[in-house]
Design a protein. Structure first.
Length: 133
């Protein structure tokens, strides 16, 4: 893809991944308070449907922030840089899903929603960066 600045894309992916890790850790730690450590709890049981929807939206917003950061850093082809962040994040997400095996704690609807929306969310971040400049 000509005209793309890979350092900006890597930076945007790092913003997405690190931010998502922090958000996930904080959400998990907040819901784990007061629960015995010996009982395994699925993500659906821990967060409930509304909590998972909220986590999905916040995660996609973080991806949009990554697309925004990449587009700002690149200062050109804003939407393409944002979308590229989404593509790379999607690849990482799919690889992580494949490595976790079939016993993943997230419901299928969550995975489908997040995979379908990750590239548009990142591209939207790039679009917002374009309007900011």
């Amino acid at each position: 893809m000509s005209g793309l600045k890979w350092k900006a894309i890597v930076f945007g992916v790092a913003v997405d991944m690190l931010g998502s890790l922090v958000i996930g850790f904080v959400a998990y730690a907040a819901t784990a308070a007061g629960q015995p450590l010996t009982e395994p709890v699925s993500m659906q049981e821990r967060f409930g449907t509304i909590g998972l929807v909220l986590l999905c939206v916040v995660g996609l917003a973080q991806t949009g922030l990554g697309g925004f950061a990449a587009a700002q850093m690149a200062r050109a082809h804003h939407v393409r840089h944002g979308a590229a962040v989404g593509v790379v994040s999607l690849i990482f997400g799919l690889l992580l899903k494949l490595s976790s095996g079939p016993d993943d704690a997230l419901p299928m609807w969550y995975d489908i929603a997040s995979y379908l929306c990750v590239i548009p969310a990142a591209a939207l971040g790039g679009q917002l960066a374009e309007h900011r400049t």
